[in-house]
Design a protein around this ligand. Structure first.
Ligand code: ATP
Ligand code: MG
Length: 257
């Protein structure tokens, strides 16, 4: 049996409007491509929603900051404040299309969290990367909470899954919950196990050996402190040793009002 295309194609009345196989194929491809892009967009929107729901902001709620708002003049050492801004912006640009761990280290009130919020904003504006913010202290509260509570258990499971798979994970104030880590007990053990699973998942590399995920950590504690508080294996997976990916906020003043 002849196809409709063949029958109509041979009828002189349709000759003028005849669509070639190539044209049909191109049309089909363009529809498929549009569908594909729509699916990708809607998956991204859904993932964005999930990471937003699973972010752990703590009592102060969701916060925002931008690179434009960083004001070197609030610091006595304006040059240092400017250099820190520049280095953070350069790191962010590199993160648009590659993955690596970043460490923001320094005293309280020097602007580490503000800078990390600026990175979240820049990634949203200028890249396809999705991010998730976790206040480590508030996460600890959740994990140490009574585990017989089913709803809390489900919430923690969701948070863990998102922390393992989000493109850019922010761990704000890593080490702040460490007082609790020294205690013996099943809750502490649970916390250690949680961190180990997350740290291990974020190590993953693709087939070309490139890191699949980025993790940005802010902390007041140095590496040695963190290794004592958590565990060497966890620290080695989450905290970069590379100077180019480390921003030291020492030398800046506490500008918290
Ligand atoms: N250079 C800056 N320009 C404008 N605002 C700033 C600057 N540095 C810090 N701030 C503001 O000062 C306050 C304290 O900064 P931030 O919370 O980022 O400090 P931190 O280093 O994260 O402190 P901690 O170690 O206690 O968490 C915030 O409200 C932040 O927005
Ligand atoms: Mg902070």
């Amino acid at each position: 049996m002849n196809s409709i295309q063949e029958v109509l194609g041979n009828d002189p009345r349709f000759q003028a409007d005849k669509v070639s196989d190539e044209e049909l194929e191109a049309w089909r491809k363009s529809i498929e491509e549009k569908d594909r892009l729509n699916v990708i967009k809607s998956i991204k929107r859904n993932r964005e929603k999930i990471y937003r729901l699973d972010s752990v902001w703590g009592t102060s709620g969701e916060q925002t900051f931008t690179f434009q708002k960083w004001n070197p003049k609030v610091q006595p050492n304006q040059k240092l404040a400017h250099d820190i801004w520049k280095k953070s912006a350069d790191i962010t640009k590199r993160m648009f299309d590659s993955n690596f761990n970043v460490l923001f280290y320094g005293e309280a009130g020097t602007g580490k969290t503000a800078m990390v919020l600026a990175i979240i904003d820049a990634l949203k504006q200028h890249s396809n990367k999705l991010s998730m913010f976790v206040s480590v202290m508030d996460l600890r509260e959740l994990i140490m909470y009574d585990f017989n509570d089913n709803e809390a258990a489900i919430k923690i499971k969701n948070i863990e899954r998102s922390m393992r798979e989000v493109d850019v994970l922010i761990l704000d104030d890593f080490g702040s919950e460490a007082g609790g880590m020294k205690n013996e007990g099943s809750a502490t053990e649970r916390l250690q196990q949680f961190w180990f699973r997350v740290a291990e998942a974020r190590q993953v590399k693709d087939k070309d050996g490139n890191k699949r995920y980025s993790t940005i950590v802010t902390t007041n504690n140095d590496r040695g402190d963190l290794e004592r508080m958590y565990n060497k294996k966890i620290v080695s997976r989450l905290i970069t040793k590379k100077a180019e990916n480390t921003v030291v906020f020492d030398g800046l003043d506490d500008v918290r009002e």
